[in-house]
Design a protein around this ligand. Structure first.
Ligand code: NAD
Length: 791
């Protein structure tokens, strides 16, 4: 091409980034010792290695030590040894280390960026301008959290030794998201990068050596699923933080069930990119390019489902195709490259397989007419139209450069389509009418919503999912909680209830009024499906009454009633507050009766019973007062954008209450869930259920809408199991014996519900620590809505 032709074609020439520094680092480094354990470089004890290669050429980059169980054990031991000193060091001391890491990374940022692009295949523009700066920002931001820990998180302590397992799509950034908050909180870590992308973590460990990170505080091991599983299963670890696929997330949820390990899961997604007809279509096209083709679509929150309003669909798709034709597929080290290779041949094959299956199911897959480089794992950007909501391309996470397109007629349909997925990570809403966008955002089941934008991230703003996209948040204040343990007033172990048809009761207790308490479902007293009853004994072992023996069908009915109850989650916080105050008022009116009941059923003294009733009323008052005060925040990340961290209810919450202090524990668990707008299916104390059934009338008089609270009496362990397996239950709070808790955690993987158990122990419900923020935090999801401003 001569100069004139070049001028007319307006083609960019190649603009390669120099790679000599990265090559020199690769040549100089002794990869035979690539495990960073206790501040030293070690080979794998078993001598195993694995290879990492360059996605743009398939060429071998290095042979890396492959950690076995003995190496993981050594790393955990080192982290445990370093923990006491690190967690006891001052916040200022830890802040200085975090700051030093951030600064050292800044000094080597180009090397990090080039190495990342070589190892992962992502375009240098992205690693240079997004991954590395964001990773640095994370460390510097968290220096502040380290220093302010005692002020901002009173009554919390570091959770301990943390095991962290990350994926290959943002190797350094995911490492930063994991290590920075853990160190700020005073934890020590064992982190495993993904086997496709081990290199920048090795460079990061070198930085730790130089930045004054004490030995054993950061341990970086390498390897694949086996090494990951060895971390997950190691008994010396108190918390697992995982980012990766939903499939492996579920394996980890199951593996950690009953272990008492704290768990956060950042998993996959199938995020909606919604374009309303009043959107600025050209901006939306640019947003979409970033939304789905950033990092070749290998992004957990990729806007992989385009939902476009019918009236503009044709014009919009035409613009998308034109723009797709201009995307430059090529070397990741060329600064003009938009799309680099996928990370590995296996990933390329997976993407091709999903496209073929989508086409078989009726999708029309279009690609621009462009040539691919002759070697490397490249794939053209792909647009699938004619996609039915059930098509594999609309439901499965492709994790590649593939966009599935659907149309919608009106706002309701857009929301319905957007929520028609088992995931709930992110969504992007495009409209020039910000009222409409902010009307839609709260209705989307996703942890992050970008208005007129996409893929915005910041260390100050929490990131994480709803539903099968996992639980827990990374970044900001809520991310810090993931590495802290709240002080709770832990009580004695709960013994498994004796099984059998009924408790041994000899005769009617003279003080009792004969009771035939039913269940409370959808605002009505309902006969149990099985038509069986459970005898309830008084403290003296006499028959105090009978309650319905709830079964699987009753729980299903209760969950359906809770799900159908819209007035409660839709009510204003002030309205919920008033109803809870009224609940307290009505309970107070019957305080004597409840106190007498407590004496009769539990055998406590009249004084203790009176105190429990008073505390229950006080607790209702507390949550009535907090209903409109436990609010979200507004973040101001370093861009022209405000981020609204909204508190939203988890949804339908199952609650299984223990036997001690049966009135107070019931109120202490139900009230915070209700205060935040959740609807509840509660299984009260198995031994003393009459305290809860006596509440039916109080509830009926308290203006709680039908279905806001549903009460199913019966065998706690059995009903907990049904709640755990029910995919329409979003959260489960469980105070039962250790075995029931462990089983419920394992059984919760269907929809990855948020499970909180007492790990087989109850609480001292009378303690002030059995109330407040620690409970409210479990009753909400934090949704971050990003709203840019300016022209
Ligand atoms: P993956 O689940 O296969 O692997 C992730 C990590 O887990 C790797 O380090 C792997 O070695 C390890 N691993 C695999 N099996 C394991 C096991 N049984 N026990 C313990 N560890 C095990 O995921 P991937 O293919 O590396 O990454 C892609 C996935 O990550 C996508 O689903 C993507 O959406 C998700 N992701 C989520 C986020 C988020 O923040 N939500 C961010 C990035 C990526």
């Amino acid at each position: 091409m001569n100069i004139l032709e070049r001028y007319h074609a307006m083609e960019y020439g190649p603009a390669p980034e120099a790679r000599n520094e990265a090559d020199a680092w690769l040549a100089a480094r002794d990869f035979s010792k690539s495990l960073f354990i206790d501040g030293a470089w070690k080979a794998a004890a078993g001598g195993k290695t694995f290879e990492t290669s360059e996605p743009s050429s398939g060429k071998l980059l290095a042979k890396i030590s492959d950690a076995g169980a003995a190496d993981i054990d050594a790393a955990v031991q080192a982290a445990a040894k370093a923990l006491p000193k690190w967690s006891a060091s001052s916040g200022y001391a830890r802040a200085k280390v975090l700051y030093a890491i951030g600064r050292a990374m800044q000094r080597h940022q180009r090397l990090f960026a080039v190495l990342e692009s070589i190892d992962n295949g992502k375009p240098i523009r992205e690693s240079r301008d997004i991954d590395v700066p964001l990773a640095i920002r994370h460390f510097i931001h968290h220096a502040g959290w380290a220093q302010t820990l005692e002020n901002d998180f009173p009554d919390h302590k570091p959770v301990g030794v943390v095991g962290q397992v990350i994926p290959w799509n943002f190797p350094l950034l995911m490492l930063a998201w994991k290590i920075a908050p853990a160190l700020a909180a005073g934890c020590t870590v064992v982190l495993k990068p993904a086997e496709f992308t081990p290199l920048t973590a090795i460079l990061f460990a070198e930085i730790c050596e130089r930045a004054g990170v004490p030995k054993g505080v950061v341990n970086i091991v390498q390897g694949g699923p086996e090494a990951g599983a060895a971390i997950v299963n190691h008994p010396g670890i108190q918390k697992i933080a995982f980012t990766g696929s939903s499939e492996v997330g579920k394996i980890i949820r199951k593996a950690t069930a009953g272990s008492g390990k704290k768990l956060s899961l950042e998993l996959g997604g199938k995020s909606a990119f919604i374009v309303f007809e009043d959107a600025d279509l050209d901006s939306a096209v640019e947003g979409l390019v970033d939304g789905i083709w950033f990092n070749q679509g290998q992004v957990c929150c990729a806007g992989s489902r385009l939902l476009v309003q019918e009236g503009v669909a044709e014009a919009f798709i035409a613009k998308v195709k034109v723009r797709m034709s201009r995307l430059r597929v090529g070397s990741p080290l060329d600064k003009n490259t938009d799309i680099g290779p996928l990370v590995d041949r296996t990933q390329l094959d997976r993407v091709k397989g999903l496209i073929a299956e989508g086409a078989k199911q009726g999708a029309v897959c279009w690609q621009p007419d462009a040539a691919l480089p002759s070697s490397g794992y490249y794939h053209l950007p792909t647009l699938a139209t004619g996609v039915s909501p059930a098509n594999i391309l609309a439901q499965e996470e492709v994790f590649g450069p593939v966009l599935a397109t659907m149309t919608f007629r009106n706002t309701e349909e857009a929301i319905e389509l957007a929520n028609n997925t088992r995931y709930g990570l992110a969504a992007s809403v495009w409209s020039e009418n910000v009222n409409l966008a902010l009307h839609v955002a709260p209705q989307l089941k996703a942890g992050v919503v970008w208005v007129n934008g996409t893929n915005m991230f910041d260390a100050a703003c929490g990131f994480g999912g709803y539903r099968e996209s996992g639980f827990g948040r990374e970044g900001g204040r809520e991310g810090m909680f993931e590495y802290l343990a709240a002080k709770l007033p832990v009580g004695p172990a709960i013994k498994p209830a004796a099984t059998g048809s009924a408790q041994p009761v000899e005769q009617v207790d003279g003080t009792a009024i004969d009771r035939t308490a039913k269940l409370f479902i959808g605002g009505k007293q309902a006969r149990p499906d099985g038509n069986y009853s459970l005898s309830v004994a008084s403290a003296r072992g006499k028959l105090a009454g009978e309650v319905g023996l709830g079964n699987r069908k009753d729980i299903r009915d209760a969950v359906a009633a809770a799900r159908a109850c819209k007035p409660w989650p839709d009510a204003t916080a002030y309205n919920r507050s008033q109803v809870l105050y009224y609940f307290a008022e009505n309970l107070s009116g019957r305080a004597d009766e409840f106190a007498a009941r407590l004496v009769q059923l539990t055998g406590v003294t009249a004084k203790a019973a009176r105190e429990e009733v008073e505390q229950s009323i006080e607790r209702l008052f507390l949550y009535a007062g907090l209903a409109d005060k436990f609010e979200g925040r507004v973040h101001q990340p370093p861009a022209r954008v405000v981020t609204l961290a909204l508190h939203e209810p988890v949804g339908v919450v199952g609650i299984v209450a223990p036997d001690n202090q049966p009135l107070l524990n019931f109120i202490s668990l139900v009230a915070p869930a209700l205060a935040m707008g959740n609807t509840v299916v509660a299984v009260p104390s198995e031994r003393h259920p009459l305290l809860a059934t006596d509440l039916y009338q109080v509830i009926e008089y308290s203006d709680l809408p039908a279905g806001a609270i549903n009460i199913v009496t019966g065998r706690s362990a059995e009903l907990a199991g049904v709640l755990a397996k029910h995919d329409d239950v979003d959260g489960l709070w469980l105070f039962a014996d250790a075995d029931t808790c462990a089983k419920a955690e394992a059984d919760s993987i269907g929809n990855l519900k948020r499970v909180w158990t007492g790990n087989g122990r109850t609480l001292d419900w009378g303690s002030g620590e059995a109330a407040g923020d620690a409970f409210l935090r479990r009753a909400i999801e934090v949704k971050n809505v990003w709203v840019p401003y300016g022209d």
